[in-house]
Ligand binder design. Structure first.
Ligand code: UDX
Length: 437
């Protein structure tokens, strides 16, 4: 929304939330999320044509287009628990829009939703329409965290789905016109609503599938002496495969991939396609395998026990340049090591100690988990160091100093294939990466 405000000076964008603290943060100097470049975009438009408010009713009342951008987490209760998307926040928004609107509205699904959710929104709105016309559009977001501003500024495509009726086409065109302020028209794709909804789930499933595929190969590389980065490079030069999203890792995390695949799996089951559901579920199973495999490797290398050993963990965010830890592989790896009675010392440049403790479900006074101010504090006297997020600053660490202050033999596990392992071995580290036999 900040980008729309920034690019469309003649539109007024009001972002509303019922959470006062969050809105206050958006109105302050300290934005509630860390995203490179976002501060500048928000600060340039805020107070001019970008506003943050808790006055939900007024904002809906005044708007011509309403974007629904609420959470759709995986359901934790009832039917579909663990798989289906929890749509209660979406439904609350639809009811609120129906209640408050006086004129016609275009309602845009920006949250990622199961296919055919637009229909539910439409039914709620139409049941309460009292003569008003509601057009529902699907406009999924493809930005990735850490590169959000560049992705928004120069997207591969913008996707807009809507009813293929005269009124639906008018609504689609209105949203096309918003994006056309900065996105070339050939990159704005329009479809029917369900193709748009399904495209979002499919894009994320394909991306996650590539990571699980290369991670599966990484396990084989470790057994055979091949090098997964070399394999990725070799296959990535095939223009049909392409080089992106082939970086083997400790496993994918983030708020989208797992949730969206689970959602897809649930939909397939719901529509009587268990074979398709199982096919996609395999992507998640392979990711779980990769996370636990990494932790098992650490334990087995450290002479089959990490009990009472200090293990330094560098990086806790699910990827670099974000403070987001949702579904981060680091959470699972740390939990596995805590179960093995290790003492873990964690350092991440952006994630707060509070967040880490919350993710690991440990109290402040838990003696097995220390949160450190820097990488040197985390690694001092440790038996092993684990790289779990590919932060650039880890490449610039003084590894000689780190080596000198650790316990011998000094083990290093690079879960992101970020570092020059040969150089580390020359210092004396017993260094291993992912997928390097
Ligand atoms: C993803 C999609 O990329 C984006 O289009 C969608 O809108 C939201 O979900 P995001 O979760 O922000 O974006 O990050 P992404 O860069 O896709 O990375 C997801 C996870 O995969 C991270 O944990 C990352 O470290 C991992 N990853 C990514 C790999 O392990 N290897 C790769 O080659 C790429």
């Amino acid at each position: 929304m900040a980008m729309i405000a920034h690019k469309c000076a003649d539109h007024t964008v009001t972002v509303v939330d019922i959470n006062q603290a969050r809105i206050d943060a958006w109105n302050s100097d300290e934005l509630p999320i860390y995203e490179p470049g976002l501060d500048d975009v928000v600060k340039a438009a805020r107070g001019k044509n970008l506003f943050f408010s808790t006055d939900v009713d007024t904002a809906i009342h005044e708007a011509e287009i309403v974007f629904i951008s609420v959470n759709t987490p995986t359901k934790t209760y009832g039917v579909g628990a663990g798989r289906a998307a929890d749509l209660r926040f979406i439904e609350k928004c639809a009811r609120k829009i129906a209640q408050v609107s006086e004129g016609d509205k275009i309602v845009v699904e920006k949250s990622t939703l199961p296919v055919r959710t637009a229909e539910s929104i439409k039914r709620i709105l139409e049941a309460n329409s009292k003569g008003r016309d509601f057009q529902i559009l699907s406009n999924p977001e493809f930005l990735a965290e850490g590169t959000a501003i560049a992705d928004l500024q120069n997207p591969d495509r913008v996707l807009i789905g809507g009813d293929q009726t005269p009124a639906g086409l008018v609504a689609i065109q209105k949203l096309v016109d918003v994006y056309a302020a900065w996105v070339p028209s050939e990159k704005i794709l329009t479809t029917n609503v369900w193709s748009s909804e399904l495209s979002k789930l499919t894009a994320n499933a394909f991306l996650a599938q590539r990571i699980s595929s290369i991670n599966a190969i990484s396990a084989l590389c470790e057994e055979t002496g091949a090098n997964v980065d070399e394999v990725a490079n070799a296959i990535g030069t095939d223009s049909r495969i392409g080089p992106k999203f082939l970086k083997s890792s400790v496993g994918f995390g983030g708020s989208c991939f797992q949730k969206d695949i689970l959602n897809l799996v649930y939909l397939c089951d719901h529509f009587g396609l268990p074979d398709v559901a199982n096919y996609w579920y395999g992507v998640i199973e392979m990711n779980d395998f990769q996370k636990h495999r990494f932790a098992r490797r650490v334990v087995s290398t450290l002479f089959n026990t990490v009990s009472d050993k200090k293990i330094a963990v560098l990086g806790f965010a699910f990827k670099k340049d974000t403070n987001d830890t949702r579904e981060s592989a680091a959470i699972y790896i740390c939990r596995d090591l805590i179960d093995e009675q290790a003492n873990i010392a964690i350092y991440d440049p952006k994630v707060t100690a509070k967040q880490i403790r919350q993710d690991l479900k440990v109290a402040d006074e838990n003696p097995h988990v220390a949160i450190c101010e820097d990488a040197y504090e985390a690694t001092k006297d440790a038996h092993a160091v684990l790289i779990l997020t590919e932060w650039d600053e880890f490449k610039a660490l003084d590894f000689k100093k780190i080596y000198d202050e650790m316990q011998l033999p000094v083990f290093l596990f690079d879960g992101r294939n970020l570092l020059d392992l040969e150089a580390l071995r020359e210092i004396g580290f017993e260094a291993t990466g992912i997928g390097q036999g």
